[in-house]
Design a protein around this ligand. Sequence first.
Ligand code: HEC
Length: 170
Amino acid sequence: MRARTIFRVVAALSWAALSAVAIAGDAPARPSTKTANENEIERGRYLVAISGCHDCHTPGFLATGGKAPQKEWLTGGVMGWRGPWGTTYPANLRLYFQEINEAQWVQLAREIRRRPPMPYYSLNSMSEADVRSIYKFINSLGAAGKPAPAFVTPGKVPPQPYVQFPDKLK
Ligand code: HEC
């Protein structure tokens, strides 16, 4: 390639690069368009997914390998968990979170104790920032579904379906 041709090619490329920069400069800055609140909601979505809340609080989640549509997320379990504690039903968190405010949830998450198999101790050890993100996410989903069935006392046989734990747990 002759020197003059090389110069032309380089000049053309530089012009193209400069135009690209100019175009990019005109475009709205994408990464900063999400508000702080939206970022927290996204973090809550992630935390709920990795900390297993769906496993019990989203109907059918465990049995289908997580194939529940978002509209059914966290609407509570209709399957009972029966053991020496009685039969418990995972609460409808879509309704629950409409009834409490964020400050109440922060306090609750720190102190909550519930019957098995609710892993309340996981909530107790979460950072306040994570607990707040979970609140914002679940609350953003809005109310849906019906309240979970009522607790059944030990010794009483609940209706199907339920999971039976052994009487002697250890
Ligand atoms: C292994 C099943 C299981 C998992 C996993 C689970 N829960 Fe639960 N959860 C339950 C059951 C069962 C109850 C009802 C316990 C009772 O009746 O005492 C419950 C109750 C609750 C309650 C109390 C509702 C009320 O009415 O007082 C909250 C809040 C809650 N769960 C939030 C969560 C969150 C948030 C996660 C994820 C970090 C989660 N749970 C994970 C089974 C589960």
